[in-house]
Design a protein around this ligand. Sequence first.
Ligand SMILES: Nc1nc2c(ncn2[C@@H]2O[C@H](COP(=O)(O)OP(=O)(O)O)[C@@H](O)[C@H]2O)c(=O)[nH]1
Ligand SMILES: [Mg+2]
Length: 283
Amino acid sequence: MPHLLRQNIVLPAPPNVTLHDPRTHLRRLPPPYSVVQTPHNQVRDFAPQLRYQLELPMAHRLKLRPCKVIFVGDCAVGKTAIVNRFCYDKFQSNYKATIGVDFELENFKILGHNFSLEMWDTAGQERFKCIAGAYYRNASVVVATYDMSKRESLDSAKKWLSSALMYNTTQRPLVFLVGTKADLLSKEEFMSMERLASVAATQMHAEYWSVSARSGYRVTEFFQRLAALAFEAAAQQQLATLTKSAQGQVPQLSAKSQTFDLRSYFNNRFGKADTRQRSGCTC
Ligand SMILES: Nc1nc2c(ncn2[C@@H]2O[C@H](COP(=O)(O)OP(=O)(O)O)[C@@H](O)[C@H]2O)c(=O)[nH]1
Ligand SMILES: [Mg+2]
């Protein structure tokens, strides 16, 4: 009986569309956390000029390198937790210290072009500064992270950012100030911390976000915004190079394209397991 029934049912043709992951497929520039806490407040969407150029035949030659994003901040402020919430949609309440450096790669499709974020999540300890140069250098994005329930971690975030910027003098990376563990604060505490952080974000020329890896509050929105702004900067830079080479000028290698590969550095020098022992980091 069910067999007969099935024969009589006219099933609709399968839709002729590819389903995209709305988390990583972006066609518009996601909004900031707050229009008053961003240096990019004039920008409402991807520039029409960029959209136009990305439709041109030369845009097929656009091959964007993975964008290096580094997370800096004190130990246990929640750097690993926000990356894990976005990449795996998981949260661990027991603290498991990052040893050495963790990497996560997340692929996006933005305005029809592939773009990936290479997220470098480090230990955040003084002892780790022996490899600071390799970690910080050629970062396209710096995420200065602080714990909203620990005010002193906000001051540290400024120091971490200064260290990161010292190694990126040729081109200033995009900077975000991110307050984590928003779920731990009462409404009053949350608002008062945001006021302090807003001042700090202005001093740091950073875009501000409050998030919670535990509840997932604003984590996806933050990474989408980060990816979109980084994509816009990288695409504009590479399109300018392609235009110059089309006009017969010799293309210049950008500083960002001469990326130092910390992964190969570690593998060649120590091997992965050994690296962890030598760094001696427990964060
Ligand atoms: N309540 C709460 N705890 C968090 C949050 N994010 C991280 N944690 C906890 O804070 C601790 C340190 O987090 P982790 O991401 O490892 O810090 P990291 O050293 O900066 O990488 C862990 O015990 C996490 O479970 C959050 O959004 N809310
Ligand atoms: Mg960690």
